[in-house]
Design a protein around this ligand. Sequence first.
Ligand code: GAR
Length: 195
Amino acid sequence: MKRVAILISGGGSNMIRLVESMTGDHPARPVLVASNDPGAAGLFRAADLGVPVAAVDHRVFGRDRAAFEAELLKPILEAEPDILCLAGFMRVLTPGFVSRFEGRMLNIHPSLLPRYPGLHTHARAIEAGDAEAGCTVHEVTAELDAGPLLGQARVPILPGDTPEALAARVLAREHVLYPAVLRRFAEGARAPIFL
Ligand code: GAR
């Protein structure tokens, strides 16, 4: 059985879908949900679901990313995860942190990478006049939003779409894509899936 730790920064709707998926004959189980924000709503939801939680407030460390990560690493290492899932985790991780989990850290990003790494993906896709948007699950490497592709789901961009409306349509697909990719990843598959 693979052990999965999930990092979040906010509401954690993707985290909830991942946790809820890991039952029955699923090859993985959630062992930790951790956040850089002690007030993240997702932490309370994870606790309600019976998953151990931890919070390390990044603001305490100012610009010292390495010190923040050293503290964040403690509960993660205690949980002994085989797989680390970033699910709406909004801190950029240093190459040092990433290298510890090379080949076993996943991220979900709300665009069809390689288009629109970084922030404000939905507004950028609408402004560009794209016909489609979507979400991507990829392996995390030191380069932001650029690791090997594990899965993608597409949605249409509709006339008059706002970034908020598009975000909601994409998020609904994230909730299907991420659990599907995690299951395959935990089984050892690395070929990307397209929903
Ligand atoms: C999701 O849309 C996720 O793709 C995005 O944040 C949202 C988190 O929602 N992640 C990023 O933008 C990472 N750069 P959630 O907390 O409800 O899962």
